[in-house]
Design a protein around this ligand. Structure first.
Ligand code: PRP
Ligand code: GUN
Ligand code: MG
Length: 162
């Protein structure tokens, strides 16, 4: 872990993400949304899965850049949107400090804002989320990982002793 803020890691597999998104969809079913606004890039994958479950075809984006790996800088809005979010579902993968959510909320104050994961600092910024994660935990998403060879334990220990 490379920053002071994060002491633990919560690794999310594709299976887990898919299951979590579907569980959130169970809570959203029956609501009639005009469409989805995904917060790029992290919100794009949950947005696609939610769109499939709720049969939503109209999908727009707000494009934001703030983190460079684990370091957050100022919020840079690359693409905004021309409505206030009334009747729209706003989707991001997670809320951490809440800074991204704050900027997005200002753009779309009337949208129903959901994330799959929420940390305590940012939690009040969203209307709904599925799973709470501790503030000092870095969520590792499947699209940032790859499958690789792991050395057998005995070899790892032997290398460490040498
Ligand atoms: O609550 P905050 O502290 O503002 O952090 C949450 C934001 O951080 C991540 O996005 P990131 O800026 O890393 O960009 P990405 O979605 O393109 O990966 C995540 O997808 C959220 O949008
Ligand atoms: N992947 C990832 N991106 C983040 N951006 C802000 N917090 C996080 C986090 O815990 N995981
Ligand atoms: Mg993001």
């Amino acid at each position: 872990m490379s920053t002071e803020r994060y002491h633990n890691q919560f690794t999310i597999s594709w299976d887990r993400l898919h299951r979590d998104v579907r569980m959130l969809c169970h809570q959203l079913i029956g609501r009639d949304f005009k469409g989805i606004v995904a917060v790029t890039r992290g919100g794009l994958i949950p947005a696609a899965l939610i769109a499939r479950e709720l049969d939503i075809r109209l999908i727009d984006t707000v494009c934001i850049k703030s983190y460079e790996h684990m370091e957050q800088s100022s919020i840079n809005v690359l693409k905004g949107i021309d409505h206030d979010g009334d009747g729209w579902l706003l989707v991001d993968d997670l809320v951490d400090t809440g800074k991204t959510a704050g900027a997005v909320r200002e753009m779309l104050p009337r949208a129903h804002f959901v994330t799959i994961y929420a940390k305590p600092e940012g939690r009040p910024m969203v209307d709904q989320y599925l799973t709470e994660v501790a503030q000092d935990t870095w969520i590792q998403f499947p699209w940032d990982m790859g499958i690789s060879f792991v050395e057998p334990l005995v070899d790892q220990l032997r290398t460490r002793k040498e």
